[in-house]
Design a protein around this ligand. Structure first.
Ligand SMILES: N[C@@H](CCC(=O)N[C@@H](CS)C(=O)NCC(=O)O)C(=O)O
Length: 211
């Protein structure tokens, strides 16, 4: 039995979606990020970085979205979430690495957490504005790399697809009209929403895709 520490709609959603796709039993533990629970002693003992997601598997404590998704995919190969083929595997890591760094840790953080980049609050609007430009460039790249009717890597469903959904949802929270701006990515999100595992995990978190 796995335990996933998550926060509704946070990047931990990708790990949750993958966990649900594996069909393995798990329990969810909600972490209240707004109340700062991630900085409390109990949570820091699990993850000194003070972030979700955290996956517990027996004695194993694993952090970082991509690491958790890769671990789960390899532990449950029948779910077919991570290719064996060297190039396809490389493509999956290429996507995950970029989504976790340039998109999440840089662009998104600049917009939502400018305090990570400068203590001087007068600089925060400029940092967020630059984050919006960075995000627009990244989202444009997602749109041009995806192909209508296809999954991200060689049209083979993988851990990359649910990870993309996290950012698609966040687009709306940043007041981007995702449907109009990114029609191919929207088609991708709509196809994800047809998958029972995706619907179930979203329901468990009490969230949807569209506002
Ligand atoms: N590099 C980490 C990032 C994790 C992360 O930033 N999680 C956010 C939620 S999306 C969080 O826990 N934020 C709480 C905070 O920054 O205080 C990963 O990929 O798992």
């Amino acid at each position: 039995m796995y335990t996933l520490h998550y926060s509704a709609g946070a990047c931990s959603l990708a790990a949750h979606l993958v966990l649900e796709e594996t069909g393995a039993p798990y329990e969810l533990v909600a972490v209240n990020l707004k109340d700062g629970q991630q900085h409390g002693e109990a949570f820091r003992a699990l993850n000194p970085k003070g972030r979700v997601p955290v996956l517990i598997d027996g004695d194993i404590v694993l952090t970082e979205v991509s690491a958790i998704m890769i671990y789960l995919a390899r532990k449950h190969p029948a779910a077919g979430l991570l290719p064996e083929n060297a190039l396809q595997l490389g493509r999956c890591v290429e996507w995950c690495s970029w989504l976790g760094s340039s998109v999440h840790a840089a662009a998104v953080a600049q917009i939502w957490r400018p305090n990570r980049f400068a203590d001087d609050e007068s600089l925060h609007p400029a940092i967020s504005a630059k984050g919006r430009l960075n995000l627009a460039e990244c989202f444009g790249q997602v749109e041009s790399r995806l192909q209508k009717g296809q999954w991200a890597v060689d049209n083979r469903y993988s851990i990359v697809d649910p990870y993309l959904l996290v950012f698609y949802r966040w687009g709306y929270r940043m007041d981007l009209d995702m449907r109009t701006l990114f029609p191919t990515w929207t088609d991708h999100a709509e196809r994800l929403f047809q998958r029972p595992a995706i619907r179930k995990a979203l329901e468990q978190e009490g969230i949807g895709i569209w506002p």
